[in-house]
Design a protein around this ligand. Structure first.
Ligand code: AR6
Length: 177
């Protein structure tokens, strides 16, 4: 797809994905929740929540579009990058910009923490109701922009789709590159 980096697409559970860093679709409290957030905290154990609490005490959580980093705890990944996607309110509330921010800031955090591989879930497309088609376009575009334009050390990006619909949408997006 781009320069020296490879982009992979898989269907499955992100907690089982092999990557230096996996991205969590968190909420601003960083205190866990349902969906992929719940799955990551369950599989990664309490070390992740402890670090989330520290970050929350230091900076009051994580704003929409931002990303913070913790240990991977019991996961195979060294790091979890927690980012907070926008809730879909119809598209006129900066949702697109905030979702782009999530991808870009997560990649920046991966680089800052010397992760050379990173796995993303389909941020905001579950509980936060972002339309899957629009979200897949943003995810692929923002990741490819980052990999092409930045002095990045990231060698591999994995898009982990949980459902068939997202998998098909990402397949179509990735064909364009
Ligand atoms: N691996 C990969 N993807 C998953 C997994 C998994 N184990 N489980 C779910 N997905 P969601 P959001 C997919 O709802 O929309 C939480 O309560 C899921 O099918 O996890 O950003 C947080 O605490 C969907 O495609 O995240 C927030 O409050 C995608 O992951 C809120 O949900 C994202 O769905 C965030 O909502």
């Amino acid at each position: 797809m781009m320069k020296d980096s490879i982009v992979q697409l898989i269907r499955g559970d992100i907690t089982k994905t092999e990557a230096d860093a996996i991205v969590n679709a968190a909420n601003t409290s960083l205190m866990g929740g349902g969906g992929v957030d719940g799955a990551i905290h369950r599989a990664g154990g309490k070390a992740i929540l402890e670090e989330c609490m520290k970050i929350r005490n230091q900076q009051g959580g994580c704003a929409v579009g931002e990303a913070v980093v913790t240990t991977g705890g019991n996961l195979r990944s060294r790091l979890v990058i927690h980012t907070v996607g926008p809730v879909w309110h119809g598209g006129m509330n900066n949702e697109e910009q905030r979702l782009k921010d999530c991808y870009r800031n997560s990649l920046t955090q991966a680089d800052l923490n010397e992760a050379t591989s990173i796995a993303f879930p389909n941020i905001s497309t579950g509980i936060y109701k972002y339309p899957k088609s629009l979200a897949s376009y943003i995810a692929v575009e923002e990741v490819s922009k980052y990999l092409l334009n930045k002095e990045t050390k990231i060698k591999k990006v994995v898009f982990v789709c949980f459902d068939e619909e997202n998998l098909e949408l990402y397949k179509n997006e990735l064909k364009k590159y």
